[in-house]
Design a protein around this ligand. Sequence first.
Ligand SMILES: Cc1ncc(COP(=O)(O)O)c(C=O)c1O
Length: 408
Amino acid sequence: MYSKKLIDSIEKEFETLKSAGKFKVERELDGAQGAEVRIAGRQVLMFASNNYLGLANHPEIVKAGKEAIEQYGFGLSSVRFISGTETIHKILEKKLAEFLGVEDSILYSTNFMSNLGFFATITNETFGDSAPYLDAIYSDELNHASIIDAFKLCKKENVVKRIYSHGDVALLEKMLEEDKEKNYRFKIIVTDGVFSMEGYLAQLPELKKLAEKYEAMLFVDDAHAIGVLGKTGAGTPEHFNLHGQVDVLSGTFGKALGGAVGGYIAGKKKIIELLRQKSRTYLFSNSVPPSVVIASIKALDLLKEKRELLDKVRENSEYFRAGARKLGFKVLEGIHPIVPVMLGDAAKTQEISQKLLAKGLFVVGLWFPVVPEGAARLRFQISAAHTHEQIDQALEILSEVGKEMKII
Ligand SMILES: Cc1ncc(COP(=O)(O)O)c(C=O)c1O
């Protein structure tokens, strides 16, 4: 029977995943996201979420969401271009564009969808010209899964993909130089602003120079940087004094800015209008619900009013980094609240993450194939919501377990 064959195949696949240590187990939280959460009836310290500013359960965000539900209802039961556009969508898009220093922005249900939508729209669009064409995309090898999957929606016959080794600007330049005479229609350099496994930042100034020199468009997915990096929290461009100078930005409201859902593309008005007209993941998918829109507007307002949240997450990140280093752990250099503690060995990383959780510290262990073989790590994520006491407690648990396992 067909379904039995499928079920047997699934079981076989699960066995393979389990024996390779790749079978994912989801930890169930009971209650709100925060500096501490409840797991299996116990209060534990949370160092595994993207809640960088602590807005996921901030009282003003919660209040804004509640009021929005009362005023606008729960959902809009429609896509944007049929009957799903509210004035508040336009307000958020305008506010976001101003915040990022660009002309316009467009909301998607998620950042995954916005990335899929952008690349498919740009590269598949003929602009009424029947002549054959080729676009070229230059992508960092460590770019997010949504960017990699976005390429799959671009027609093979119209797109050349060139993947450069992580951060290898020299290799990227070599590729662009080789392609100089190839007459590509559009060239797009695409990078994550912050790479989520290391917390490393893209070398935006160099990428920007190359984009200008070779007449390519620069696309930065700033999911982990919006609300985190830069003087006002506007992300990696602001951090590198390139505020408003990156051609196209994508990002999410699902991490620092309230942590619910909602993605975007931001940049030139004409590009945004093209996406509104043609992007299938925008056109044929429901509009972002009012509670999320209003709470996201609130998140942008809070970021402006409470710069101390940005200072706090930075200061906390430094405090944790220095503390973990002082204990004798190998910590990757960086300034981002993603703080990887390098252990190398996958089995050891699996064991330590379980032991830490048993003692009340939730942190994610990452190992091959998520990170390179031999580079297994604990990925701590720091939040403005953490107090120094909570960070001290986390360090104490880390120290205890590290000593017990003879890591330090
Ligand atoms: C760089 C990057 N891009 C896109 C996404 C997807 O964001 P969303 O959850 O809004 O789909 C993520 C989230 O993990 C990310 O880290």
